[in-house]
Write a protein that binds this ligand. Sequence first.
Ligand code: ATP
Length: 247
Amino acid sequence: MPIEVMPSPVIDLYQIKRTFGKKTVLDGITLQVGRGELFGMLGPSGSGKTTLIKLITGIDKADGGTVRMLGETMPKLAMLQRFGYMAQADALYSELTAKENLQFFAALYGLTGTRCKERIEKAMAVVDLLDHLNKPVAAYSGGMKRRLSLALALLHEPELLVLDEPTVGIDPVLRQSIWRELLALREQGTTILLTTHVMDEADKCDRIALIREGRLTAIDSPGGLKEQTGKETIEEAFIALGGGGRA
Ligand SMILES: Nc1ncnc2c1ncn2[C@@H]1O[C@H](COP(=O)(O)OP(=O)(O)OP(=O)(O)O)[C@@H](O)[C@H]1O
């Protein structure tokens, strides 16, 4: 596969390797995500997507290769303010209210006063949780926790959003409105990297990387993937490219 060269990529991965014991989970991943791109990562369960996201966000460190985000080599603590991250497992303080959770993260991001209040309201409106701002997170449903996690990622209007399966457990109507917001953010120049198992979400991405058993098996636009496989749908293209298993 040719290595793409992109001027000033927002995410720049070169020959990433990650092993756990004797198991190689990521093997030679090289890819770049450009500014303003909506970039999707697809792959069967266990193919290494979350592991890759942890390396990109600096939560974990690669055993080989280089990870650069916004021009900086990761991991780097100071980069925390530069991106918004929604993990697969919600990292929320359940004894606090949603508002207190948001205020805690707002303080970390240096948001204060009116701007803090405005951002909390805007982020909670996007995920349709404004009416539940003062509820303790312990009283939230699983889907509400996912939505609050997304609000936390959006809070400081970061130039890069990294979202690990952002719409899991979210009902179809809200999923549509969240996607409208993601597309609007992309229009405003926000770079978005996400993982998904939902094919119609993958279809909305500018480019998709297919990962299988820790290797990058294809990277292209949804149209390009369909064209190179001669398939009508992204799901068929995904299977044709060896992406079987849970998708
Ligand atoms: N800390 C760890 N120690 C040992 N093995 C790990 C660790 N983290 C991940 N793995 C293994 O790495 C592989 C890839 O896991 P990962 O969570 O990245 O997959 P994924 O593509 O995100 O899957 P899913 O779509 O189900 O979320 C799996 O085999 C997993 O068991």
